[in-house]
Write a protein that binds this ligand. Structure first.
Ligand SMILES: Nc1ncnc2c1ncn2[C@@H]1O[C@H](COP(=O)(O)OP(=O)(O)OP(=O)(O)O)[C@@H](O)[C@H]1O
Length: 244
């Protein structure tokens, strides 16, 4: 018997005024999978993340997560069920310390501050920011800020992480470390959906990709299938992909 997917997005449509940002989008994500969500600028990737995270109501369709219909649930209820996300532009509280930023996430699972603080330090060690725990978040370098963004999400102990362009602005060696971190996140049993434009990074990391174009699913498949798909090459990859 096949296992029920962790996430089932069915026929989701989201409009902003006259613009349809997601049009009848359906996809499933299996437990433990790393799914890449790719496509040109404006294809609707962030909108789909927002729809899954519950940032706004959708106009049509439904979303099931871990056996629950979450279509009408607000963000905090989805977080409680195990959905966490990072943002394209990191959203840390710069006047607070690094560990306090992570504490905000940890307190969602552990109401006692002491236990939450302990969990926050563990998460910081996991993402490689242990030595920066007491620094002000505003002092972090851009790659450190990306790690903090991951730590804040991980501290909510998610089953599903939505990673929105976490590699943007990183040098190749920082990006390699980022890839390693995402692999370790998955090894913890956390399912990952990632939006990423840098194909050299994303293709070797993901198990499967869904390609969006103009709000619709253009193609889905393994990285090998996707890079060979003429529709995807025409709409998005062009000469972007170089021997992933
Ligand atoms: N809050 C909003 N209000 C109005 N239009 C929006 C809103 N959010 C997104 N859009 C529009 O919806 C479409 C899809 O945008 P979205 O940000 O989801 O694309 P994307 O694939 O994430 O793009 P990128 O790769 O540039 O981040 C775009 O035309 C965008 O301008």
């Amino acid at each position: 018997m096949t296992e029920t997917p962790l996430l089932e997005v069915s026929n989701v449509t989201k409009r902003f005024g006259g613009l349809t940002a997601n049009a009848d989008v359906s996809l499933t994500v299996a437990r433990g999978e790393i799914l890449g969500l790719i496509g040109p600028n404006g294809a609707g990737k962030s909108t789909l993340f927002n729809a899954i995270a519950g940032a706004f109501p959708i106009d049509a369709g439904s979303i099931r997560f871990d056996g629950h219909d979450i279509t009408s649930l607000p963000c905090p209820a989805r977080c409680a069920l195990g959905i966490a996300r990072t943002f394209q532009v990191p959203r840390s509280f710069d006047s607070m310390s690094v560990v306090e930023n992570v504490l905000v996430g940890a307190l969602t699972r552990r109401p006692k501050t002491r236990a939450a603080r302990h969990a926050a330090h563990e998460v910081l060690d996991f993402v490689g920011l242990g030595s920066r725990a007491e620094a002000s978040a505003g002092e972090l370098t851009p790659p450190e800020k990306r790690r903090l963004e991951m730590a804040r999400a991980l501290a909510t102990e998610p089953k599903l992480m939505l990673l929105d362009e976490v590699m943007t602005g990183l040098t190749p060696s920082e990006a390699r470390e980022g890839v390693e971190l995402i692999r370790r996140v998955r090894d913890q049993g956390i399912t990952v959906i990632m939006v990423e434009h840098v194909m050299e990074i994303v293709m070797p990391l993901i198990d499967r990709a869904v390609v969006l174009e103009l709000g619709r699913v253009l193609a889905e498949g393994t990285p090998k299938e996707i890079v060979a798909d003429p529709r995807v090459i025409a709409a998005y990859l062009g000469d972007r992909h170089r021997a992933a």
